[in-house]
Design a protein around this ligand. Structure first.
Ligand code: HPA
Length: 235
C-alpha cells in the first residue's frame, strides 16, 4: 500500500537495504552506474527511488531530500510500511576539524544535534543519537577491504546551512563533532524508535576551517569511493 509520500504498492519492490543520498538525481546516477535491472519505483515529489541489484544483492536507492524533516519522513515510511531493515545515508558534509581534507570519507559513529526532532517525535531527550553498531561496522569493514581510508567520528546534524549566529568551533570542541551535515540525527532516532538499523557515510565537500570547496567534477570521483563502500556493506 502506498504512503502519503511513496507510491509503491508492493512492498517487495523495495529492498531490505536502502541507500539514501540527499539528491534524488544522485539516486538515479547510482542506479544507472552501479545497479543491474534497476527499476524506477517512486516518483512522488520527484523523490526518485530505484530498486535493482548490486553483485546479486537487492538494493534500493532513494533520495532523502535535505534536512531532518525530509529524511525523517522518508526513512520512517520505509522502515514502517515497507519492511526496510537497513538505511545507509550517503552524503556530503562540511569539515569542522582542521585535519580533514576535501574528499575525505567519514563513517559516522553518532550524530550530535540541537534539533528537537528526536524529542518531538519520540520523547528522546539525548542530544546525541547513535548509528547502529553492526551496520556501521559493516561500512568500516567494507572500506578496509577496498583499501579506502576513512575517519570514524561523531558528526553534527544541523538544521541550518546558512548560519550567522554562534561559531562552529564551539560545537566542534564541546561535542567532538568533526563535520556537519543535516540529516543523520533524525535517521538515527527513527531507526532507534523502530528497532531498525541506520548508518551514515559522508564525503567532505567543503571545509568551514579553510573555506575550501569542491568542484562538481571532483565531487563525482570522490563520491565513487563512498558509493562502493556503501554498496559493499549492503546486506
Ligand atoms: N553544512 C551543512 N551541511 C553540509 C555542509 C555544510 O557546510 N556541507 C555539506 N553538507
Amino acid at each position: 500500500m502506498a504512503t502519503p509520500h511513496i507510491e509503491v504498492d508492493d512492498v517487495n519492490l523495495i529492498a531490505k537495504t536502502v541507500l539514501m543520498p540527499g539528491d534524488p538525481l544522485r539516486a538515479k546516477v547510482i542506479a544507472d552506474e552501479y545497479l543491474t535491472d534497476a527499476a524506477l519505483v517512486n516518483r512522488v515529489r520527484n523523490m526518485l527511488a530505484y530498486t535493482g541489484y548490486y553483485k546479486g544483492k537487492k538494493v534500493t536507492v532513494m533520495g532523502s531530500g535535505m534536512g531532518m524533516p525530509s529524511i525523517g519522513i522518508y526513512s520512517y515510511e520505509l522502515y514502517s510500511f515497507y519492511n526496510v531493515e537497513n538505511i545507509i545515508r550517503v552524503g556530503s558534509c562540511g569539515a569542522y576539524a582542521p585535519e580533514l581534507n576535501l574528499y575525505d570519507v567519514i563513517i559516522a559513529k553518532a550524530a550530535y544535534s540541537e534539533s528537537s526532532y528526536a524529542l518531538t517525535a519520540f520523547g528522546y531527550s539525548e542530544e546525541i543519537q547513535e548509528a547502529s553498531p553492526e551496520l556501521t561496522e559493516a561500512l568500516c569493514e567494507a572500506a578496509k577491504g577496498l583499501g579506502y581510508p576513512f575517519a570514524s567520528a561523531v558528526i553534527h546534524s544541523s538544521d541550518v546551512f546558512y548560519r550567522a549566529a554562534g561559531d562552529f568551533r564551539a560545537i566542534r570542541d564541546r561535542h567532538g563533532c568533526v563535520a556537519v551535515e543535516m540529516e543523520s540525527f533524525a535517521l538515527f532516532a527513527n531507526a532507534r524508535y523502530l528497532n531498525k538499523n541506520a548508518a551514515c557515510i559522508l564525503t567532505v565537500s567543503d571545509s568551514l576551517v579553510t573555506k575550501q570547496e569542491t568542484s562538481a567534477a571532483e565531487r563525482q570521483s570522490s563520491f565513487r569511493r563512498m558509493m562502493e563502500i556503501a554498496l559493499e556493506a549492503a546486506k
